[in-house]
Design a protein. Structure first.
Length: 267
């Protein structure tokens, strides 16, 4: 019997908490601390930077759903945002975010909560809600997720999604064969279970609490955003990798590897 939504959320939280100390121990985390100590430091690439700047960041309140250690959110402040709020269900990762914020002297509110349970006191407070790499597959209920994003935004506020393309769910990111060989159906409905850990920085497996990944088709994302009450203002599928599939870039039969979508809250 497939796991329930609550079981998936609980398992993913436990596995994400386990991953926190491994991520902290990486050289990349030390580089982040050193980076944020420099004025204007940003980890954002040109695609996300450009989309955010096109919306105008001055005087804007920005939220990030599933903010990890807040490195992307803190970068938005260095691009000119007025205020920052990050939501994640791992206190251990939020503690890392607070360390990075302190290193850069950046004010940010980091809140431990499941996304669906973000308190109503945050409703209607934000101009931009940001969703980045590797979030949507952790969400077993896209309708609930996008409804939460909508209630956090002011009328006319924008949802910005920058994600791995769901076609990559068909391919094992540890299998570097070229041409790639699909081992899953794009239309898989049952959540994928793994106990190989979440050390994607070193790309190393380790025995972990099981976590679950939910397959969402591109149409699920598009229609989920529309049904939640957003008008899609920008949507582009992209050939560059934002996760763990860089070996698939620049191939003769190029797959879409990522996408960016911007929706405006209506009403």
């Amino acid at each position: 019997m497939p796991p329930s939504k609550d079981q998936i959320t609980a398992a993913n939280k436990a596995s994400w908490d386990e991953a926190a100390e491994r991520h902290r121990s990486h050289d990349q985390y030390a580089r982040l601390l050193a980076g944020f100590a420099r004025p204007g430091f940003s980890v954002l690439d040109a695609t996300l930077t450009g989309r955010l700047q096109s919306l105008g960041l001055a005087d804007k309140a920005v939220a990030q759903l599933c903010c990890n250690n807040a490195r992307e959110l803190l970068s938005v402040k260095n691009l000119g945002a007025a205020s920052l709020t990050g939501f994640d269900f791992s206190e251990a990762f939020l503690d890392q975010g607070r360390e990075l914020a302190a290193a850069g002297g950046i004010a940010a509110e980091l809140v431990r909560t499941e996304i669906a349970k973000i308190p109503a006191s945050y409703d209607g407070r934000f101009d931009i809600a940001m969703v980045t790499i590797g979030v949507l597959g952790w969400m077993p209920d896209l309708a609930e997720f996008f409804a939460t994003a909508r209630r956090l935004l002011k009328p006319g506020g924008h949802l910005v999604i920058y994600e791995s393309h769901p076609i990559l769910n068909m391919y094992d990111d540890r299998d570097k064969r070229l041409p790639p060989v699909a081992d899953e159906s794009y239309f898989r409905q049952e959540p994928y279970r793994s106990d190989n850990g979440l050390d994607y920085w070193r790309n190393e497996d380790y025995a972990s609490t099981a976590f679950f990944w939910t397959f969402h088709k591109m149409s699920d994302v598009v229609m989920g955003v529309l049904r939640a009450g957003f008008a899609i203002e920008d949507f582009e599928e992209l050939p560059h990798d934002v996760g763990n599939h860089s070996h698939l870039e620049n191939q003769p039969q190029q797959l879409p590897l990522s996408y960016v979508m911007v929706g405006r809250r209506e009403g």
